[in-house]
Design a binder for this molecule. Structure first.
Ligand code: PHE
Length: 518
């Protein structure tokens, strides 16, 4: 550690009534050390100081050598003048050294101090003035060179350099004292019991000091964006669906949605199946309807006016519409397997929840709007933009006389609430909707069209089996929560958003989200 200058500074001040100059009082101490001592003393008002910096000339190591022992040419002259018979040229390096001989010989000739006679060097005068040495000695004393030509010359010869010298002009402060007393920052039990608190120097409070950051929880970006979407849904009159069931039967996840049992989405490669237990019971009145459960947990569509749901009939109708066709549909015409329908899966989309809620709605059909935002699971290869689990935002609108134009119109309003104003719709295929549309939005920031969602009108094969009236139509659409979040927070790798690679700093420091609303 650098030596502590606080005591020497206080001593120097006590010896003089005038301010002291750091470069005179502590000529060989680096100015940083002086500064840190001054700051400690200054913070207690024991000293005051001003800073002055000026350009100074300092000698290089070679310059210091010449100031002490003379220039190359002077060394050459001295060697030559003391050889009364003349000095053999080839002996010079041995006497004055190689470097001196090389540089000094030429300079001594130039100055007319020596001449050459055959292979001998002879002095032309008895004595010389070593100007270079004198200049450098002057620099050593004054740290300046008045003559500009001399300065450039010495700089070119790398004998001097220019540098900044910081000088502190130090004077006594209002609380000056000869001694630097340690100030107590804490009042301790010992100080109280042994009475030393009476004489202790307590450090004054610094009321403008910044407090330490209080550790606090932070919302994950996905949660923030999710909250924004929830607000949009709520302001458009949607009810939130209960999504607290990650494990579903194939029935709710696929069959109820008219997804045939051979559909590739049901493959092991795409869907996670539960191994223990393998299967569930067929659908029946479920525990959510338990009258002892708190009211809030009841599905929103429950009212006392509803007709009881016949789960057996529903199950049979789903079977029928797949295998033989019903409700005006010819069906898929394959042998429907009840066991396949009872296999347990990690839900691959939240549309399983929509199916469940729509089935409840059939007990009391009425115009209704539902949404959910929750986690889904797909057996996918994980890469920069895909994880095996992600979040889906899903919306459902049920009403009488809905049309495809209405769905498009609704999408324009819905997406404009998150700042997406240009939409394109592309015909698509979903087993449970007809017609189906992929939704593309023009992203102004990325300057390109990005796929933002999937949508459609649920098929009668799905709705009529549930008991939804024939003239009731239902829109459905879904999008991922991750994609808008990644765009919003400029994250290009999804693994920086979810999972073990997430940087907690990023989570703690990211700002609140505002979808650009109108
Ligand atoms: N389930 C669809 C998906 O996973 C989204 C969707 C929901 C499409 C409802 C149409 C109707 O992409």
């Amino acid at each position: 550690m650098a030596s502590d200058l606080t005591a020497p500074i206080l001593d120097a001040l006590s010896a003089s009534d005038a301010p002291i100059l750091s470069n005179e009082a502590f000529p060989s101490t680096p100015s940083l050390n002086v500064k840190s001592a001054l700051d400690r003393l200054g913070s207690r008002q024991m000293v005051e100081y001003e800073t002055k910096d000026k350009e100074v000339v300092t000698l290089t190591p070679e310059g210091r050598e010449i100031a002490a022992n003379g220039s190359h040419e002077a060394k050459v002259f001295n060697a030559v003048v003391s050889a009364l018979e003349g000095l053999k040229i080839k002996d010079l390096p041995e006497i004055v050294g190689k470097d001196n001989a090389k540089v000094g010989q030429g300079n001594a000739f130039k100055r007319g101090w020596i001449k050459k006679e055959n292979d001998l060097l002879r002095a032309t005068k008895d004595s010389i003035v070593d100007e270079t040495q004198e200049q450098l000695r002057a620099v050593e004393r004054t740290k300046t060179i008045d003559d500009a030509k001399t300065l450039t010359d010495l700089k070119r010869r790398k004998l001097v350099t220019l540098s900044k010298e910081i000088t502190y002009i130090i004077s006594k402060g209002p609380k000056y004292s000869r001694e630097f007393v340690k100030e107590e920052t804490d009042l301790t039990v010992e100080m109280l019991t042994n009475g030393s608190w009476k004489t202790a120097h307590l450090k004054p409070y610094n009321f403008s000091a910044k407090g330490a950051l209080t550790p606090a929880g932070a919302l994950h970006p996905l949660n923030k964006v999710r909250q924004e979407f929830r607000s949009i849904f709520f302001e458009m009159g949607f009810e939130e669906m209960p999504t607290n069931r990650f494990v579903e039967t194939g029935f709710w996840n696929f069959d109820a949605l008219f997804v045939p049992q051979q559909h590739p989405a049901r493959d092991l490669q795409d869907t996670f199946y539960i191994s223990d237990p393998l299967t569930a019971d067929p659908p029946r009145e479920d525990p959510l309807n338990d009258p002892h459960r708190p009211k809030a947990a009841q599905p929103a569509s429950q009212t006392t006016r509803e007709k009881p749901l016949d789960y057996k009939k529903y199950w049979d109708d789903v079977h029928e519409v797949h295998e033989n066709g019903k409700f005006g549909s010819i069906g898929y015409r394959y042998p429907w397997n009840a066991d396949e329908s009872l296999r347990l899966v990690l839900r691959t989309h939240t549309t399983s929840i929509s199916a469940y809620v729509l089935h409840k709605l059939a007990a009391n059909p009425r115009p209704a709007r539902f949404f959910s935002i929750d986690r889904v699971f797909r057996n996918e290869a994980v890469d920069a933009t895909h994880l095996a689990e992600f979040h889906q935002i899903e919306g459902v609108i049920a009403d009488f006389g809905l049309t495809l134009g209405g769905l498009i119109g609704f999408m324009e309003v819905f997406f404009s609430k998150m700042g997406i104003h240009k939409l394109r719709f592309k015909p698509a295929y979903n087993p449970y909707t007809e017609p189906s549309m992929e939704i593309f939005g023009y992203h102004e920031g990325l300057a390109k069209w990005v796929e933002i969602g999937n949508s459609g009108m649920f098929r009668p094969e799905m709705l009529e089996a549930m008991g939804i009236p024939k003239d009731m139509r239902v829109y459905g659409w879904g999008l991922s929560l991750e994609r808008p979040t990644m765009i919003k927070y400029g994250v290009s790798n999804i693994r920086e958003l979810l999972g073990h690679k997430v940087d907690l700093n990023f989570i703690e420091s990211n700002p609140a989200v505002r979808l650009e609303k109108e």
